[in-house]
Design a protein around this ligand. Structure first.
Ligand code: FES
Length: 157
């Protein structure tokens, strides 16, 4: 007899559905649990969540895209978020962004090959009077210059 072993990720998501219920309102807590356990929500996980909650995968993906703490791709060990909102933009964000991209050899939205850094843009970080500002993991860095931003990244790990 052929026994097909259930994918462990499927079993894990089934347990989450059991825990939170299979209504639409369970979508966010389930995605948070998947994110916590795996550091991102893979395409397969998204499909399984959609299947088990009986919703369209696009709905799952749009929730992941909406919340900055959910990711559909593996992230680097350090997440660098540079504020792209108007005040920081006017205070020199573009030059800071260029310097960071040059230093890490990647563009915003990408992760370095060694998985050390992921670069993302963020909306206002609440430091508008001290821009340009960036968040590296949980720490905020205000009043950046291109040189200062590169220095901060070089000091990490
Ligand atoms: S606009 Fe950048 S921190 Fe507010």
């Amino acid at each position: 007899m052929l026994v097909v072993e259930k994918n462990s990720l499927t079993a894990e998501i089934e347990a989450m559905v059991e825990k939170y219920g299979n209504s639409r309102s369970s979508l966010l807590p389930i995605l948070q649990d998947v994110q916590r356990n795996h550091k991102f929500v893979s395409e397969f996980a998204q499909q399984e969540v959609a299947r088990l909650l009986d919703i369209h995968p696009v709905e799952v993906y749009s929730v992941i895209s909406f919340y900055s703490f959910l990711h559909s791709k593996p992230m680097g060990r350090n997440i660098v978020r540079l504020c792209q909102t108007i005040t920081c933009d006017m205070m020199g964000k573009v030059n800071v962004a260029k310097a960071i991209e040059r230093e890490l050899g990647i563009s915003f939205g990408e992760t370095t090959k060694d998985n050390k850094f992921t670069l993302e843009y963020a909306n206002c970080l609440g430091m508008c009077d001290q821009g340009p500002a960036m968040l590296v993991n949980d720490k905020i860095y205000p009043r950046l210059t291109p040189e200062k931003a590169v220095e901060i990244l070089n000091e990490i790990g």
